[in-house]
Design a protein around this ligand. Structure first.
Ligand code: AMP
Length: 431
């Protein structure tokens, strides 16, 4: 299958050739013709699967046929959970739309609103936005949606994880009822399905891989280690394996800064990106990493969302994520667009419950590799094999027949409603 068999126009095919995209990825093969037909889609596509092009290309083509935007109008809206993803989607759109006259704009919070308001005056064909800033702009009348034709919700699961449920409702309320809707999510929980019912209309469901799994070319392994020795172990692994480009995930902003200091003392060049760093500093850190002037980028989950780095060979979890689905988002940074990658987790005894959740989500045990000299004094308990669920107990015959609520039982046991270790969404929002 090649791109010109998907019904894309010549200006788009030219841009793809210049970007050296030769073959469409599976999600692109399925989504592009469907979106071109004007249908709604509900797509389960993993990070790194090429999902951005799968919605951007047909969107650009459809917008090319319509009327130009009037002042302050947005003809299409791509909603994303973080500014990093907004920037990345915007960068991709620039590349794909090079030979069209369509105008796109990226807006997100944490920067001055006035320049964004000015840019919106002429109207835009595509507006890429994070929810909070979009609502601010709408309240200021800087953006209007009378001409809106298409809504795209990218990384919808992440949007809910970050607590944007209410913002989404506000935004949906402001949009015209008649529109095309495309919803993308890396994972499909019951919450996402419920959200989908309020957004998409008779959608074509696209399932590229089994839900909640990572891309297969990732080699997952973990090293059991005591909590306090994690930074030393990381330094040891970087030097031993000569990792030249590793993205390292940590739980907290302070932890990220401490790790950068420890790496610096070991002569390993690194930088951190997290919520307390300005947009300019984050961008600089990311650029240094892309240009290979630093070899380790330390990140918290929220800051790392949307990072797109070609050929990133190693993703390291210095701390396991609190929510299991974040593991999939994290490791999706490696093995992008068909390359191989490794996902390495440094796991201490305290994290064994998180590990069980991750392994259950993956449907397999992660290979354990003990590092000589770093064997833990507090052992990480072996996870029960997620592939061999414990035998269901035979129900005892009740003495008196009782009415049971089977629906409630099923809901409780749903494997996708993962809230781990007693952490709530509120905790996550403020991480
Ligand atoms: P995404 O999943 O949209 O974040 O895309 C992951 C990476 O794959 C990005 O760097 C894209 O530029 C790249 N990519 C997407 N589609 C293709 C393709 N058909 N051929 C080559 N690279 C691609």
């Amino acid at each position: 299958m090649s791109f010109d068999q998907l019904g894309l126009s010549v200006p788009l095919l030219r841009a793809l050739a210049e970007l050296n995209y030769k073959t469409p990825t599976p999600i692109q093969t399925k989504a592009i013709p469907t979106v071109l037909l004007g249908k709604d889609i509900l797509a389960c596509a993993q990070t790194g699967s090429g999902k951005t092009a799968s919605y951007s290309l047909p969107l650009l083509q459809r917008l090319g046929n319509g009327q130009r935007p009037r002042s302050n109008q947005a003809r299409s809206l791509i909603l994303v959970p973080t500014r990093e993803l907004a920037i990345q989607v915007g960068d991709n759109l620039q590349g794909y739309s090079l030979h069209t006259s369509l105008r796109s704009l990226v807006v997100y919070g944490g920067v001055k609103i006035n320049p964004q308001m000015q840019k919106l005056r002429g109207g835009v064909d595509i507006l890429v936005a994070t929810p909070g800033r979009l609502i601010d702009l709408h309240q200021k009348n800087a953006v209007r949606f009378q001409q809106l034709e298409t809504l795209i919700l990218d990384e919808a699961d992440r949007m809910l994880d970050l607590g944007f449920g209410d913002e989404l409702k506000t935004i949906l309320h402001a949009l015209p009822k008649k529109r095309q809707n495309l919803l993308f999510s890396a994972t499909f929980s019951a919450d996402i399905r419920e959200l989908a019912t309020t957004i998409v209309h008779k959608p074509v469901e696209l399932q590229i891989d089994t839900p909640n799994t990572t891309v297969p070319s990732i080699n997952h392994w973990l090293v059991p280690v005591d909590k306090t020795r994690k930074p030393q172990l990381l330094i040891h692994l970087i030097k031993q394996h000569e990792w030249s480009r590793a993205l390292v995930f940590v739980k907290t902003k302070k932890g990220a800064d401490r790790l950068v200091t420890a790496l610096g003392k070991a002569d390993i060049k690194s930088a951190a990106i997290h919520g307390d760093k300005s947009q300019a500093l984050r961008r600089r850190a990311l650029d240094s990493f892309k240009q290979k002037t630093i070899c380790v980028l330390v990140a918290t989950d929220v800051a790392a969302r949307g990072i797109d780095i070609d050929q990133l060979p190693q993703v390291v979890n210095l701390d396991l994520p609190i929510v299991a689905t974040d593991y999939i988002h994290r490791v999706g940074r490696t093995a992008r667009a068909g390359t191989d990658g490794e996902a390495i987790s440094l796991v201490c005894a305290d994290e064994h419950k998180q590990l069980i959740d991750i392994e259950q989500l993956l449907g397999k045990l992660i290979d354990r590799q003990y590092e000589p000299g770093f064997e833990p004094s507090h052992e990480v308990p072996e996870s029960p094999s997620p592939l061999r669920p414990s035998k269901p107990k035979k129900p005892k015959k009740p003495k008196k027949p009782k009415k049971t609520n089977t629906l409630a039982t099923t809901e409780k046991l749903s494997p996708h409603t993962t809230t781990i270790s007693g952490q709530t969404e509120r905790h996550r929002k403020h991480r």
